[in-house]
Design a protein around this ligand. Sequence first.
Ligand code: T3D
Length: 263
Amino acid sequence: MDELVVVRDDPSGVRHLTLNRPDRLNALTVELGAALRVALDGCADDERVRAVVLTGAGRAFCAGHDLSDRDPRRTSDPPDLGGLLEEAYNPLIRRVRDLDRPVIAAVNGVAAGAGANLALACDIVLAGRSASFLQAFSRIGLVPDCGGTWLLPRLVREARAKGLALLAEPIDAATAAAWGLIWRVVDDEELATLSTALAARLAAGPTRAYALTKRAIHEAGATDLDVQLDRERDWQREAGRTADHGEGVAAFFDRRPPRFEGR
Ligand code: T3D
């Protein structure tokens, strides 16, 4: 049987994770969600991995939860979607957010429902020009999940967040970039190359400082400036003690590029 998540390493320290159910547009099942979590755990446990690229096989990034198990022609039992989120998808989103390495979503096609919010939970989202983002939830009488109600208003503010969620219309990658929903749109044929190059650049960067920066930005959303200033003091104290900080300063004075080792 094909692997649900294909894992491939570059010598540059980049790990590529590819959702691999192309015939279902990489729709998420409990099994696929679990496989992705295991793959992300594997990134956390391997210090050679210093950046991660998440993408989809075939023409889509991810079409959200696989609705096959919901087909009313086959079942009339109402599903426990809270249980599904608790067990499968919330831990997945937390795993992406908490990973202490940068995660790039290379959105190669449609990203719908949970698939859209999985992409948006990544640290940097690059999308191919033909990609689209669809908060599909209200089309099937659901609420945005996988962090969508938290991420959307922060990324694009309330008016656009509500428009996206209530109207459930797709937006193209150029609009997503113009609205600040994602980092950048690139030509489809360049997506793999450019996302790999970006990840390689991050993999050659100060991994500890990136982890602290990621955490600082996440925590800033839930605090005030006064508290955040105190936390920045603590994070900077930690970053200041890394070998990479010493190397960065030495490189500045030597007028050469730094050689960060992620320590
Ligand atoms: O469990 C819960 O519900 C709680 C958690 C919810 C999280 C969610 O993600 S809710 C949202 C679920 N996702 C959707 O509602 C999106 C459903 N898909 C679509 O709206 C469209 O497929 C797309 C807009 C994503 C793409 O459209 P298009 O025209 O490019 O492709 P298509 O022809 O619709 O799909 C191609 C195949 O993939 C097709 O199968 P077939 O006819 O070739 O055998 C289609 O049924 C299948 N597919 C697409 N999305 C899903 C799916 N099969 C199962 N589940 C899907 N989500």
